[in-house]
Design a protein around this ligand. Structure first.
Ligand code: NAP
Length: 251
Protein backbone atom coordinates (compact mmCIF):
# COMPACT_ATOMS: atom_id res chain seq x y z
CA UNK A 1 0.00 0.00 0.00
CA UNK A 2 1.45 3.35 -1.04
CA UNK A 3 1.99 6.34 1.20
CA UNK A 4 -0.60 8.25 -0.78
CA UNK A 5 -3.43 6.05 0.55
CA UNK A 6 -5.97 8.53 1.88
CA UNK A 7 -9.69 7.69 2.02
CA UNK A 8 -10.37 11.22 3.28
CA UNK A 9 -8.88 12.94 0.23
CA UNK A 10 -11.00 15.61 -1.44
CA UNK A 11 -9.07 15.52 -4.71
CA UNK A 12 -11.29 15.93 -7.75
CA UNK A 13 -14.08 17.54 -5.72
CA UNK A 14 -15.39 21.10 -5.94
CA UNK A 15 -16.78 22.37 -2.67
CA UNK A 16 -18.76 25.47 -1.68
CA UNK A 17 -18.16 26.95 1.77
CA UNK A 18 -20.52 29.61 3.14
CA UNK A 19 -19.47 31.76 6.09
CA UNK A 20 -15.93 31.36 4.75
CA UNK A 21 -14.85 34.87 5.74
CA UNK A 22 -14.51 33.95 9.43
CA UNK A 23 -14.24 31.28 12.10
CA UNK A 24 -15.38 27.76 11.28
CA UNK A 25 -16.08 28.45 7.59
CA UNK A 26 -12.63 29.95 7.12
CA UNK A 27 -11.00 26.84 8.61
CA UNK A 28 -13.21 24.55 6.51
CA UNK A 29 -12.27 26.35 3.29
CA UNK A 30 -8.53 26.30 3.99
CA UNK A 31 -8.46 22.67 5.17
CA UNK A 32 -10.58 21.50 2.20
CA UNK A 33 -8.07 23.10 -0.18
CA UNK A 34 -5.21 21.37 1.70
CA UNK A 35 -7.06 18.07 1.17
CA UNK A 36 -7.03 18.69 -2.58
CA UNK A 37 -10.47 20.22 -3.20
CA UNK A 38 -11.40 23.09 -5.47
CA UNK A 39 -13.14 25.62 -3.23
CA UNK A 40 -15.70 28.38 -3.78
CA UNK A 41 -15.95 30.70 -0.79
CA UNK A 42 -18.72 33.09 0.09
CA UNK A 43 -19.31 35.62 2.86
CA UNK A 44 -20.37 39.24 3.28
CA UNK A 45 -17.15 40.99 4.29
CA UNK A 46 -15.11 41.56 1.11
CA UNK A 47 -11.70 42.07 2.78
CA UNK A 48 -11.89 39.06 5.09
CA UNK A 49 -13.27 36.87 2.29
CA UNK A 50 -10.43 37.97 -0.01
CA UNK A 51 -7.87 37.14 2.71
CA UNK A 52 -9.23 33.58 2.89
CA UNK A 53 -9.45 33.30 -0.92
CA UNK A 54 -5.77 34.32 -1.12
CA UNK A 55 -4.87 31.32 1.07
CA UNK A 56 -6.46 28.92 -1.45
CA UNK A 57 -3.75 29.50 -4.03
CA UNK A 58 -2.83 25.80 -4.34
CA UNK A 59 -6.43 24.69 -4.85
CA UNK A 60 -7.15 23.29 -8.34
CA UNK A 61 -10.13 25.66 -8.54
CA UNK A 62 -11.06 28.67 -6.43
CA UNK A 63 -13.75 31.34 -6.55
CA UNK A 64 -14.98 34.05 -4.20
CA UNK A 65 -18.52 35.35 -4.29
CA UNK A 66 -19.65 38.08 -1.90
CA UNK A 67 -23.25 37.60 -0.85
CA UNK A 68 -25.65 38.24 2.01
CA UNK A 69 -27.52 34.95 2.13
CA UNK A 70 -30.59 36.54 3.72
CA UNK A 71 -31.09 38.65 0.57
CA UNK A 72 -32.95 36.73 -2.16
CA UNK A 73 -31.12 38.43 -5.07
CA UNK A 74 -27.72 37.68 -3.52
CA UNK A 75 -28.69 34.06 -3.01
CA UNK A 76 -29.80 33.73 -6.63
CA UNK A 77 -26.64 35.44 -7.87
CA UNK A 78 -24.52 33.04 -5.79
CA UNK A 79 -26.35 29.97 -7.08
CA UNK A 80 -26.01 31.21 -10.68
CA UNK A 81 -22.24 31.65 -10.22
CA UNK A 82 -21.61 28.16 -8.81
CA UNK A 83 -19.86 25.41 -10.77
CA UNK A 84 -21.19 21.83 -10.45
CA UNK A 85 -20.45 20.84 -6.86
CA UNK A 86 -19.36 17.65 -5.13
CA UNK A 87 -19.83 19.16 -1.71
CA UNK A 88 -21.03 22.15 0.26
CA UNK A 89 -20.46 23.18 3.86
CA UNK A 90 -23.05 25.71 4.96
CA UNK A 91 -21.41 27.50 7.88
CA UNK A 92 -22.86 31.03 7.59
CA UNK A 93 -24.80 31.85 10.71
CA UNK A 94 -25.14 33.99 13.76
CA UNK A 95 -26.01 33.61 17.41
CA UNK A 96 -27.83 35.61 20.02
CA UNK A 97 -27.98 35.43 23.80
CA UNK A 98 -31.48 36.45 24.76
CA UNK A 99 -33.73 35.31 27.60
CA UNK A 100 -36.96 33.97 26.14
CA UNK A 101 -39.04 36.74 27.71
CA UNK A 102 -37.29 39.09 25.25
CA UNK A 103 -37.56 36.65 22.34
CA UNK A 104 -40.10 38.58 20.29
CA UNK A 105 -41.32 37.32 16.94
CA UNK A 106 -38.95 39.85 15.35
CA UNK A 107 -35.94 38.36 17.19
CA UNK A 108 -36.96 34.85 16.14
CA UNK A 109 -37.37 36.06 12.54
CA UNK A 110 -33.89 37.65 12.53
CA UNK A 111 -32.28 34.46 13.82
CA UNK A 112 -34.25 32.12 11.59
CA UNK A 113 -33.56 34.24 8.50
CA UNK A 114 -29.81 33.70 8.73
CA UNK A 115 -29.55 30.34 10.55
CA UNK A 116 -32.48 28.50 9.01
CA UNK A 117 -34.13 30.03 5.94
CA UNK A 118 -30.85 31.02 4.22
CA UNK A 119 -29.17 27.58 4.34
CA UNK A 120 -32.43 25.75 3.64
CA UNK A 121 -33.13 27.90 0.56
CA UNK A 122 -29.55 27.49 -0.66
CA UNK A 123 -29.78 23.71 -0.17
CA UNK A 124 -33.12 23.60 -1.99
CA UNK A 125 -31.87 25.65 -4.95
CA UNK A 126 -28.61 23.70 -5.28
CA UNK A 127 -30.57 20.45 -5.46
CA UNK A 128 -33.42 21.70 -7.65
CA UNK A 129 -31.06 23.34 -10.16
CA UNK A 130 -28.91 20.19 -10.20
CA UNK A 131 -25.78 22.03 -9.08
CA UNK A 132 -25.07 19.15 -6.71
CA UNK A 133 -23.45 16.31 -8.64
CA UNK A 134 -24.48 12.71 -8.13
CA UNK A 135 -22.72 11.55 -4.97
CA UNK A 136 -22.33 15.09 -3.59
CA UNK A 137 -22.21 15.66 0.17
CA UNK A 138 -23.77 18.63 1.97
CA UNK A 139 -22.79 19.51 5.53
CA UNK A 140 -24.93 21.88 7.58
CA UNK A 141 -23.37 23.51 10.62
CA UNK A 142 -25.97 23.24 13.38
CA UNK A 143 -25.13 23.31 17.11
CA UNK A 144 -25.55 21.39 20.36
CA UNK A 145 -27.76 24.40 21.17
CA UNK A 146 -30.41 22.59 19.12
CA UNK A 147 -30.54 19.72 21.59
CA UNK A 148 -29.13 21.07 24.86
CA UNK A 149 -29.55 24.20 26.95
CA UNK A 150 -25.79 24.67 26.68
CA UNK A 151 -25.77 28.37 27.61
CA UNK A 152 -28.42 30.47 29.31
CA UNK A 153 -30.48 32.53 26.89
CA UNK A 154 -29.94 30.42 23.79
CA UNK A 155 -33.53 29.42 23.14
CA UNK A 156 -33.97 31.53 20.01
CA UNK A 157 -30.63 30.35 18.60
CA UNK A 158 -31.23 26.75 19.65
CA UNK A 159 -34.62 26.68 17.96
CA UNK A 160 -33.08 27.79 14.66
CA UNK A 161 -30.45 25.02 14.83
CA UNK A 162 -32.94 22.32 15.91
CA UNK A 163 -35.08 23.26 12.91
CA UNK A 164 -32.06 23.04 10.62
CA UNK A 165 -31.36 19.51 11.87
CA UNK A 166 -34.97 18.51 11.24
CA UNK A 167 -34.79 19.66 7.61
CA UNK A 168 -31.39 17.96 7.25
CA UNK A 169 -32.98 14.56 7.92
CA UNK A 170 -35.79 15.06 5.41
CA UNK A 171 -33.37 16.36 2.77
CA UNK A 172 -31.12 13.34 3.37
CA UNK A 173 -34.00 10.97 2.71
CA UNK A 174 -35.37 12.84 -0.32
CA UNK A 175 -32.02 13.58 -1.98
CA UNK A 176 -30.75 10.00 -1.59
CA UNK A 177 -32.41 9.11 -4.90
CA UNK A 178 -29.70 11.20 -6.59
CA UNK A 179 -27.13 9.85 -4.12
CA UNK A 180 -26.74 13.30 -2.61
CA UNK A 181 -25.91 13.00 1.09
CA UNK A 182 -26.91 15.56 3.72
CA UNK A 183 -25.50 15.57 7.25
CA UNK A 184 -24.89 18.15 9.94
CA UNK A 185 -22.28 18.91 12.54
CA UNK A 186 -23.38 20.02 15.99
CA UNK A 187 -20.41 21.76 17.61
CA UNK A 188 -20.17 22.80 21.23
CA UNK A 189 -18.60 26.18 21.92
CA UNK A 190 -15.85 26.91 19.39
CA UNK A 191 -13.35 29.73 19.80
CA UNK A 192 -14.25 32.05 16.91
CA UNK A 193 -15.16 35.76 16.70
CA UNK A 194 -18.81 34.71 17.18
CA UNK A 195 -18.37 34.04 20.90
CA UNK A 196 -16.38 37.21 21.59
CA UNK A 197 -19.06 39.73 20.71
CA UNK A 198 -19.53 40.86 24.32
CA UNK A 199 -22.85 39.19 25.20
CA UNK A 200 -20.85 36.72 27.29
CA UNK A 201 -17.90 38.17 29.22
CA UNK A 202 -14.40 36.76 28.76
CA UNK A 203 -14.50 35.63 32.45
CA UNK A 204 -17.74 33.74 31.83
CA UNK A 205 -16.19 32.06 28.78
CA UNK A 206 -13.18 30.88 30.83
CA UNK A 207 -15.52 29.46 33.49
CA UNK A 208 -17.79 27.86 30.89
CA UNK A 209 -14.89 26.11 29.14
CA UNK A 210 -14.24 24.22 32.39
CA UNK A 211 -17.56 22.38 31.88
CA UNK A 212 -16.10 20.62 28.82
CA UNK A 213 -14.72 17.18 29.79
CA UNK A 214 -11.82 17.53 27.35
CA UNK A 215 -10.85 20.74 29.14
CA UNK A 216 -11.25 23.37 26.43
CA UNK A 217 -13.55 24.92 23.88
CA UNK A 218 -13.30 23.69 20.30
CA UNK A 219 -10.97 25.12 17.69
CA UNK A 220 -12.30 25.87 14.19
CA UNK A 221 -10.21 23.02 12.77
CA UNK A 222 -11.89 20.52 15.15
CA UNK A 223 -15.06 21.17 13.17
CA UNK A 224 -13.28 21.41 9.81
CA UNK A 225 -11.83 17.90 10.19
CA UNK A 226 -15.33 16.54 10.86
CA UNK A 227 -16.56 18.32 7.73
CA UNK A 228 -13.72 16.76 5.70
CA UNK A 229 -14.82 13.29 6.83
CA UNK A 230 -18.43 14.04 5.85
CA UNK A 231 -17.37 15.47 2.46
CA UNK A 232 -15.01 12.62 1.63
CA UNK A 233 -15.83 9.24 0.14
CA UNK A 234 -14.88 7.73 3.53
CA UNK A 235 -18.41 8.63 4.66
CA UNK A 236 -20.18 7.56 1.48
CA UNK A 237 -22.65 5.35 3.41
CA UNK A 238 -23.55 8.08 5.93
CA UNK A 239 -26.51 10.40 5.46
CA UNK A 240 -29.06 12.08 7.73
CA UNK A 241 -26.63 12.11 10.64
CA UNK A 242 -25.90 14.90 13.11
CA UNK A 243 -22.29 14.60 14.17
CA UNK A 244 -21.74 16.04 17.66
CA UNK A 245 -18.26 17.55 18.10
CA UNK A 246 -18.24 19.07 21.55
CA UNK A 247 -15.29 17.92 23.66
CA UNK A 248 -17.65 15.62 25.55
CA UNK A 249 -19.95 18.41 26.77
CA UNK A 250 -23.20 16.60 26.00
CA UNK A 251 -22.24 13.22 27.50
N1 NAP B 1 -18.53 29.39 17.49
C1 NAP B 1 -19.32 28.55 18.13
O1 NAP B 1 -19.22 28.37 19.35
C2 NAP B 1 -20.36 27.77 17.38
C3 NAP B 1 -20.94 26.67 18.02
C4 NAP B 1 -21.90 25.93 17.35
C5 NAP B 1 -22.29 26.29 16.08
N2 NAP B 1 -21.72 27.39 15.49
C6 NAP B 1 -22.19 27.74 14.16
O2 NAP B 1 -21.10 27.70 13.27
C7 NAP B 1 -21.32 28.60 12.19
C8 NAP B 1 -20.10 29.46 12.00
O3 NAP B 1 -19.92 30.23 13.17
P1 NAP B 1 -18.52 30.87 13.59
O4 NAP B 1 -18.34 30.56 15.00
O5 NAP B 1 -17.49 30.52 12.60
O6 NAP B 1 -18.91 32.43 13.49
P2 NAP B 1 -18.18 33.67 12.81
O7 NAP B 1 -16.72 33.60 13.01
O8 NAP B 1 -18.93 34.85 13.33
O9 NAP B 1 -18.51 33.47 11.27
C9 NAP B 1 -19.82 33.60 10.81
C10 NAP B 1 -19.79 33.57 9.31
O10 NAP B 1 -21.14 33.64 8.82
C11 NAP B 1 -21.20 34.66 7.84
N3 NAP B 1 -22.53 35.26 7.83
C12 NAP B 1 -23.24 35.71 8.87
N4 NAP B 1 -24.40 36.24 8.45
C13 NAP B 1 -24.42 36.11 7.11
C14 NAP B 1 -25.32 36.47 6.08
N5 NAP B 1 -26.48 37.08 6.36
N6 NAP B 1 -25.01 36.20 4.79
C15 NAP B 1 -23.85 35.58 4.49
N7 NAP B 1 -22.95 35.22 5.41
C16 NAP B 1 -23.22 35.50 6.70
C17 NAP B 1 -20.17 35.67 8.26
O11 NAP B 1 -19.84 36.48 7.15
P3 NAP B 1 -19.20 37.97 7.32
O12 NAP B 1 -18.27 37.89 8.50
O13 NAP B 1 -18.48 38.14 6.01
O14 NAP B 1 -20.33 38.90 7.52
C18 NAP B 1 -19.05 34.76 8.71
O15 NAP B 1 -18.30 34.32 7.59
C19 NAP B 1 -22.59 29.37 12.54
O16 NAP B 1 -23.68 28.80 11.87
C20 NAP B 1 -22.71 29.15 14.03
O17 NAP B 1 -24.05 29.24 14.49
C21 NAP B 1 -20.76 28.13 16.10
Amino acid sequence: MGNDYNPFSLEGKNILVTGASSGIGEAVAIKCALMGAGVAVTGRNVERLKAVYDQLEDAPFRAQITADLTVAEDLERLVAALPPLDGAVLCAGNSTTLPLQFGSREKFDDMFNVNFFAPVELLRLMYKKKILNKGASVVLIASIGGTHSFMPGNGVYGASKASLNAVMKYAAREFASRRVRVNSICPGMVDTPLIHRGTITEEQLVEDAKRYPLGRYGRPEDVAYGAIYLLSDASSWLTGHDLVIDGGFSI
